[in-house]
Design a binder for this molecule. Structure first.
Ligand code: NAP
Ligand code: G4F
Length: 337
């Protein structure tokens, strides 16, 4: 039986990965940071809360990291913890880099000292491509991050590569494009949309307030992507891989897919901050634009080329963006029944 340690186990990906590893027969340990109201809701939703061993863990706390790595005899370490909300990173640039950049170095250096044979996974991101230098983006595409979050993740990415090259550690970095699920945080645009539309479908009256409708994202399903993380750590040689669907969709079209799943028929009108969407059937206003959701610098286009993961890991995503929007909208609708 293998043992895995997952940081960020209470998050979206942490919960799906914990479920995958429990099903594969792993002994699963996870790190949970101290907050006033500890929350294992996602692990409970996936039915694995009782199957995981929880440890106090914070990426900003070096001695805490040291003790956890000393005490848990782990074969694999998945570093999924992070300040993951891009929009917040302009307000929290120092904290974001402490967690998303320095936190990675703290873990790698402790593993190097105590358990250098442990296989390590770093949660890198398509946000590192930012102002994209190539379409589609792949492992070799030049990075140009556009947010403090993206900048911090670039450090995490390169320090992972550096510990592999410097110390021969089995350290891999997954450059994951956006991936979502019914367990996605409510501030991310997909979940914000599906929750708001589900409330409208239940008789609510509040339109969802959104920012840039023209940004394009390559959206996949978290459940598919954690399978790719696991496959990376099963390779004889550590490496970096893009995981993506190779389809890009505007925010506007994601709204259309979610609306469709809930039986709405949207009419779009206006441009820029005056843009709106109204449901032809109910006459209700569904989308309004609010300038406060625009970002100081935007990532306009993401579309990934996951050929390397397909060829070397045998990984392919199973859920497309329409199915994803439908899955999320239906889940939010059913939860309100
Ligand atoms: P998420 O739902 O926001 O989960 C983040 C997790 O990190 C939560 O468990 C959170 O704990 C924990 N955390 C935050 N700060 C911490 C700290 N200082 N010490 C220890 N734990 C801390 O994010 P996700 O969508 O699952 O993403 C997982 C990772 O992949 C993140 O690093 C993210 O940046 C990266 N990523 C995500 C995507 C995506 O599209 N989902 C794409 C590429 C990369 P709480 O429960 O206490 O908040
Ligand atoms: O859903 P988002 O907040 O995700 P974003 O910024 O792409 O980041 C996510 O994916 C990254 C991978 O590329 C991860 F590394 C990161 O941790 C996170 O999981 O925003 C998506 C797009 C942006 O272009 C944003 O400007 O949606 C646009 N948007 C328009 N209106 C909005 C809104 N985003 C949010 N959150 N809220 C809005 O009202």
């Amino acid at each position: 039986m293998k043992t895995a340690f997952i940081t960020g186990i209470t998050g979206q990906d942490g919960a799906y990965l914990a479920k995958l590893l429990v099903e594969k027969g792993y002994k699963v340990h996870g790190g949970v940071r101290r907050i006033s109201h500890p929350e294992l809701g996602r692990l409970e939703a996936l039915g694995v809360a009782k199957d995981v061993h929880i440890h106090d863990f914070d990426l900003t706390e070096p001695n805490n990291i040291y003790r956890v790595i000393r005490d848990v005899a782990m074969d694999e370490f998945y570093n999924l913890a992070g300040q993951s909300f891009v929009g917040a990173s302009w307000e929290l640039p120092i904290y974001t880099s402490d967690v998303d950049a320095m936190g990675v170095a703290r873990v790698l250096d402790t593993l190097r000292t105590l358990r250098p044979e442990t296989r390590f996974y770093q949660a890198s991101t398509s946000e590192m491509f930012g102002l994209v230098q190539e379409v589609p983006q792949r492992e070799t595409t030049q990075l140009h991050p556009r947010s403090p979050y993206g900048v911090a993740k670039v450090y995490g990415h390169f320090i992972t590569m550096n510990y592999r090259e410097s110390f021969g550690m089995h350290a891999s970095s997954g450059i994951l494009f956006n991936h979502e699920s019914p367990l996605r945080g409510k501030e991310f645009v997909t979940r914000k949309i599906t929750l708001a539309l589900a409330k409208l479908a239940h008789g609510g009256v509040d339109a969802v307030q959104l920012g840039n409708m023209d940004a394009r994202r390559d959206w996949g399903f978290s459940g598919d992507y954690v399978e790719g993380m696991w496959r990376m750590l099963q390779q004889d040689v550590a490496d970096d891989y893009v995981l993506a669907t190779n389809t890009t969709t505007t925010i506007r079209d994601f709204v259309n897919y979610a609306a469709d799943a809930l039986g709405m028929d949207l009419a779009w009108d206006g441009e820029g901050v005056a843009e709106t969407a109204t449901d032809r059937k109910s006459g209700k206003r569904v989308v309004e634009i609010n300038e406060k959701f625009f970002r100081p610098a935007e990532v306009e286009l993401l579309i990934g080329d996951a050929r390397k993961a397909r060829e070397k890991l045998g990984w392919t995503p199973k859920v497309d963006v329409r199915e994803l929007a439908q899955m999320m909208a239906k889940s939010d609708f059913d939860a309100l029944l």
